[in-house]
Write a protein that binds this ligand. Structure first.
Ligand SMILES: *Cc1c(COP(=O)(O)O)cnc(C)c1O
Length: 463
C-alpha cells in the first residue's frame, strides 16, 4: 500500500480550516470515498504527493494542463511577465495577444472579453444574452455544468450529483424561475419548448461536448436543431466550451461540428493553469457590453498579465507542435485499451471519447437496459464512438450514455474501486464516475500502455 501519512495529516488540518478541507468540492474524493491526497508538485505527465508518491495524471487540474505540468514554455512566459509586475488594472498588450489568437482560432468569436473563471464567463454570457434580447428565459440541459452560477445551478452534473445535492441550498426559487431545464440530446423537448415559448427565450446554453456528467457527446442532430431554433426565434445560442475548447480540437466543438454559435464561453486550457475565463462571439452582440453598450460586467484582475502569458504560451505551444491529432490518437489508444480489457474481464462498460477527453462508464450488468433509451448517436466530425463490443466469453454489451438519465445509472461503486485500484498503482484518475479523463502532450504511448496493463489488473478485481 502507498504511504499517505503526510497527506492524511495535512488534510486533517485542512478540514479544520476550510469546509471539508477543500476549496472546491470536486477534489474532495466524495464520489469514491476516502480522503484526497495532498499534492506537492507537478512535472510533465506526473503529480507528486507530499509523501513522495508519483502518479501519472489523467485529471490535469480538471482540464487546463493540456501540456502537462510546469511546461518550460509556460513557466518561462509566466516568469517573464512576473518580473514586470502582477496586475495593473489597466490595458496591457498581453490581452491583445491572447485575444487575437482566440479570435483567429475560434470561428464564432469576433470579439472577446476575459474574466477570471469559467463560472464568470457563463454568468456574463447569460447576462449578455438577456440584455441583448430583452428576454428572461434561459434554456439549460440536465447534467450540463456551467460553473456555480446561481441561475444555472440546477441539475448541474458532476460535483453536485456525486455528492447527492442536485440543487444547492441558497439558490432561491426566484433565481431559477427563468431557467428552463431540458434533457440533453433530446430534440423533441427542445422543439416543443421553442414552439410553446420561443419568444420568451433569451438564450440556450449548452456543453456541445459535455464533460461534467462524464464525457457525453452532443449529437449533431441535437446541436444543429439548437442552432436552427435559436436563429428562428431570435434567441442567443451559447456554447459553453470552458472544457471542450482546445480539448475536442483546435477550434473547439463549434468548429468540429461546423456550427457557429452566437457566443462561446472559454476557460481551463486558455489560462494554461492560471485563473482565466472568457466569453466571446459576434461583435454585434459583444458590443452590448459596457462601456460600448449597457450590460455591466467588470473585474479587478480580469485579463491578468500572468494569466494572459500562461494562456498564450500554452496555446502557441499546442499550435506549433501540431498536437491536436496526436492528443486524439493517444486518447483513442487509452480508450480502446481500457474498453478491450474491461470487456475481457466481462465488465460492462461504455467508453466515450472525443479529442483529448474521455470517460469510462461502468454500466453494471443489472443496468444493461439503458441502451434502449438512445435518441441519437454521434455528431459529425470524426468523433470516435464505441457502442457495442463482445467480451472474450461471448457476452455482448450494448449500453450507451447520452444524457444524465443514462449516466446516472452507472455503477459508481465499481468506479470507486477502479479509481482506488489505479491510484494505488500510481495512476491519478478523476475521483468521480461523472468526470472526464484528460490526455496531455506529456503522456507517452509507453505510459498509456502501462496504464492499460495496470487497468487490466484492477479490472480483474472488480468482477
Ligand atoms: C469547469 C467548467 C465551468 C466552470 O469553470 P470554473 O473555472 O471552474 O468556474 C463551466 N463550464 C464548463 C463546461 C466547465 O467544464
Amino acid at each position: 500500500m502507498l504511504n499517505h501519512e503526510k497527506s492524511r495529516s495535512i488534510f486533517a488540518e485542512a478540514q479544520t480550516l476550510m469546509p471539508g478541507g477543500v476549496n472546491s468540492p470536486a477534489r474532495s474524493f466524495g464520489g469514491v470515498g476516502g480522503k484526497p491526497i495532498v499534492i506537492e508538485k507537478g512535472e510533465g505527465a506526473y503529480l507528486y504527493d507530499v509523501d513522495g508518491n508519483k502518479y501519472l495524471d489523467y485529471v490535469q487540474s480538471w482540464g487546463p494542463m493540456i501540456l502537462g505540468h510546469a511546461h518550460p514554455a509556460v513557466v518561462m512566459a509566466v516568469k517573464d511577465a512576473l518580473d514586470n509586475g502582477t496586475s495593473f488594472g489597466a490595458p496591457t498588450e498581453a490581452e491583445n495577444k491572447l485575444a487575437k489568437l482566440l479570435i483567429e482560432l475560434i470561428p464564432a468569436v469576433e470579439k472577446i472579453r476575459f474574466v477570471n473563471s469559467g463560472t464568470e464567463a457563463t454568468m456574463s454570457a447569460i447576462r449578455l444574452a438577456r440584455g441583448y434580447t430583452g428576454r428572461n428565459k434561459i434554456v439549460k440541459f440536465i447534467g450540463n455544468y456551467h460553473g456555480h452560477v446561481d441561475s444555472l445551478l440546477v441539475a448541474a452534473g458532476s460535483s453536485a450529483a456525486t455528492l447527492g445535492v442536485p440543487d444547492s441550498p441558497g439558490v432561491t426559487p426566484g433565481t431559477v424561475q427563468d431557467t428552463i431545464l431540458l434533457p440533453y440530446n433530446n430534440v423533441e423537448a427542445v422543439v416543443k419548448t421553442f414552439t410553446e415559448r420561443g419568444s420568451d427565450i433569451a438564450g440556450v446554453i449548452v456543453e456541445p461536448v459535455a464533460g461534467n456528467m462524464g464525457c457525453v457527446i452532443g449529437s449533431s442532430n441535437f446541436l444543429y436543431e439548437l442552432r436552427h431554433l435559436t436563429q428562428t426565434h431570435g434567441a442567443v445560442l451559447i456554447f459553453d466550451e470552458v472544457m471542450s475548447g482546445f480539448r475536442v480540437g483546435k477550434g473547439g466543438a463549434a468548429q468540429r461540428f461546423s456550427i457557429t454559435p452566437d457566443l462561446v464561453t472559454l476557460g481551463k486550457v486558455i489560462g494554461g493553469g492560471l485563473p482565466v475565463g472568457a466569453y466571446g462571439g459576434k461583435a454585434e452582440i459583444m458590443d452590448n457590453m459596457l462601456p460600448v453598450g449597457k450590460v455591466f460586467q467588470a473585474g479587478t484582475l480580469s485579463g491578468n498579465p500572468l494569466a494572459m502569458a500562461a494562456g498564450y504560451a500554452t496555446i502557441k505551444t499546442l499550435l506549433e507542435g501540431h498536437t491536436f491529432n496526436a492528443l486524439e490518437r493517444k486518447m483513442a489508444m487509452l480508450a480502446e485499451g481500457l474498453e478491450d480489457e474491461a470487456h475481457n474481464a466481462d465488465l460492462p462498460v461504455y467508453v466515450e471519447q472525443v479529442g483529448s477527453m474521455m470517460t469510462l462508464f461502468f454500466l453494471g450488468a443489472e443496468k444493461s437496459g439503458i441502451g434502449d433509451r438512445i435518441l441519437e448517436t454521434t455528431a459529425a466530425g470524426g468523433v470516435v464512438m464505441r457502442s457495442t463490443a463482445t467480451s472474450s466469453s461471448g457476452n455482448s454489451f450494448s449500453g450507451k450514455v447520452t444524457d444524465w438519465t443514462s449516466a446516472s445509472l452507472c455503477d459508481t461503486e465499481r468506479y470507486a474501486r477502479f479509481f482506488w485500484g489505479m491510484l494505488e498503482r500510481g495512476f491519478y484518475f478523476p475521483c468521480s464516475q461523472f468526470e472526464a479523463f484528460f490526455m496531455s502532450t506529456a503522456i507517452t504511448e509507453e505510459e498509456i500502455q502501462k496504464t492499460i496493463e495496470a487497468a487490466k489488473e484492477v479490472f480483474a478485481t472488480l468482477t
